[in-house]
Design a protein around this ligand. Structure first.
Ligand code: UD1
Ligand code: CA
Length: 488
């Protein structure tokens, strides 16, 4: 790739066409094929991501099967992408014609054609292809496959340029032996493409207008068609759910490798799933079985796992998160979370804070160095710094109709098994007695005792449960006591 070429290509306007009208029959699913997700994104969005850095002047997706869902999904995530409807799927050549008709007039510059079901293309591949087409009629992305069955074969001329593409169903035995295949990704000179499409017929095994026939037509007209060869994984398309998980694993490995080379310690790549949208800092540590999704970020020195799923969660430096499910949470520096902890949206843990085993939190702020160590529900609360919330405390936030907020001050000691019935405020430095049901505000420095006084009914078991193991144990204990008092 020389510098002149890449300058030329960036000056040349580019229109992107994504083919996504096919049935996807082999998926055996109600969901349109291109909307099936790998690593949190529909297939077609991975394709659009790979083309994003090309700065196209327009992007058109050709939709057909399941069009309402595809249009709605693209409208949310890629609103700048236009959609053109192909009513009947008459072939890939017809699909590109539909896109050009949608644009009204033939666009200036070049047209990049992509398939909506091939999510492993890299932007490097696409930049190379765009550069290769400069000065040529078209450029085709190809790969050498161990098993080329089903793909169109690339026929090269003696100069090494592309002479034609022959579909598997239409190929001679000699052509079937060719291992270099058509990826279905091309860059065309836009004017030449439009002219050639109008001459594409349907005299082939499938009775369809093949986009691949454009290549042969350009050659007949004396134009050069170049090939750019890429790795075989990059061109993989998805036709069934087995292939969906296969491309998912390849994508997972690529993302893991990227972060490992950026300084993130990832112990078990095969059980570590990191979506494209996640950001990690060098010296973060990911232990086995971790899924990081959405806008999740993990800072240096933080350790996640084993067994964590974090969605849209920010983890600050040196925090430790073990066996935790979190969504929309903010975990402060040096905070500790887990095991078996559930942090729901709006959870904010301060510096050095702790949400321990079997703790669920929602819309709750835990101040610096504050702790909820065991078995508690903290919903709709603000808890001050240095406060300790005893085991099995419940923030009773729901009256059956509305949610209410609880405020707990700084350096408070909430006794184990306290019910804090919201709305209620516990003042700075206050205590609550274990087992209290707190319905009224507690002033700073006070202790709230909100439980009935204990009463012991002497010898109740001997009278009401005579002969039971409990009664016998009680009797043995008192005779033991009288023996020892006799002895003294
Ligand atoms: C196509 C190529 C083949 C290449 C292969 C790579 C042709 C004739 N053949 O074959 O050389 O090796 O891709 O995967 O182009 N689509 C539409 N409308 C249509 C038909 C298809 O939008 O009328 C879309 C499909 O949804 C899909 C893409 O175009 O996203 C490719 O179509 P498909 O039928 O899968 O083509 P292949 O037979 O695989
Ligand atoms: Ca295909």
């Amino acid at each position: 790739m020389d510098v002149t070429n890449s300058q030329d290509s960036s000056a040349n306007p580019l229109t992107v066409v994504v083919l996504a009208a096919g049935m996807g029959t082999r998926m055996k699913s109600q969901t349109p094929k291109v909307l099936h997700s790998v690593l949190g994104l529909p297939l077609i969005e991975h394709v659009l991501h790979s083309a994003q850095s090309l700065d196209a002047s327009a992007t058109v997706a050709v939709v057909g099967h399941g069009r309402d869902q595809v249009i709605a999904s693209l409208g949310e995530s890629f609103p700048h992408v236009e959609t053109a409807v192909q009513e009947v799927q008459n072939g890939t050549g017809h699909a590109v014609s539909v896109a050009l008709e949608h644009l009204g007039q033939t666009p200036a510059g070049s047209v990049l054609v992509l398939a909506g079901d091939a999510p492993l293309l890299t932007s490097k591949d696409l930049h190379e292809l765009v550069s290769a087409q400069v000065g040529a009629g078209a450029a085709v992305l190809t790969a050498h496959l161990d098993n080329p069955t089903g793909y169109g074969r690339i026929v090269r001329d003696t100069a090494g340029n592309v002479e034609s593409i022959v579909e598997h169903a239409d190929a001679t035995p000699t052509q079937l032996d060719l291992g270099e295949v058509n990826s279905g990704v091309y860059v065309f000179d836009a004017q030449l493409l439009a002219g050639a499409l109008s001459r594409v017929g349907t005299a082939n095994a499938q009775g369809e207008q093949y986009l691949t026939d454009v290549i042969g037509i350009l050659r007949e007209d004396g134009h050069v068609v170049r090939a750019v060869v890429t790795g075989q994984d990059n061109i993989l398309g998805v036709n069934d759910l087995q292939q969906l998980s296969h491309v998912g694993r390849i994508l997972r490995d690529r993302i893991v490798t990227h972060w490992q080379l950026a300084g993130v310690k990832i112990v078990d790549p095969q059980t570590t799933w990191i979506e494209r949208s996640v950001t990690l800092e060098a010296d973060a540590i990911l232990l086995p079985n971790v899924t990081l999704s959405g806008s999740t970020t993990v800072a240096a020195g933080a350790s996640i796992g084993p067994d964590c799923s974090l969605a849209d969660t920010q983890v600050a430096h040196d925090a430790q998160v073990v066996r935790t499910t979190a969504s929309g949470a903010v975990i402060g520096a040096k905070a500790t979370v887990g095991p078996y902890t559930y942090l729901r949206p709006g959870t904010v843990l301060g510096v050095g804070a702790k949400a321990g085993g079997f703790v669920e939190m929602k819309n709750a702020k835990l101040g610096d160095d504050a702790k909820v160590p065991h078995l508690s529900y903290v919903g709709d609360a603000t808890i001050g710094e240095g406060t300790n919330v005893g085991a099995a405390t419940i923030f009773v936030n729901y009256d059956g109709v509305d949610k209410h907020h609880t405020v707990v001050g700084k350096h408070v000691r909430i006794g184990s098994d306290t019910m804090l019935v919201a709305p209620v405020t516990i003042g700075d430095g206050a205590y609550t007695a274990a087992g209290s049901v707190v319905t009224e505000d507690v002033p700073p420095g006070a202790i709230a005792v909100a439980r009935s006084r204990q009463r012991n009914i002497i010898d109740w078991v001997l009278r009401r449960r005579p002969g039971s193991t409990s009664a016998l144990a009680a009797v043995a204990h008192s005779s033991g006591n009288s023996n020892s008092s006799e002895g003294s």
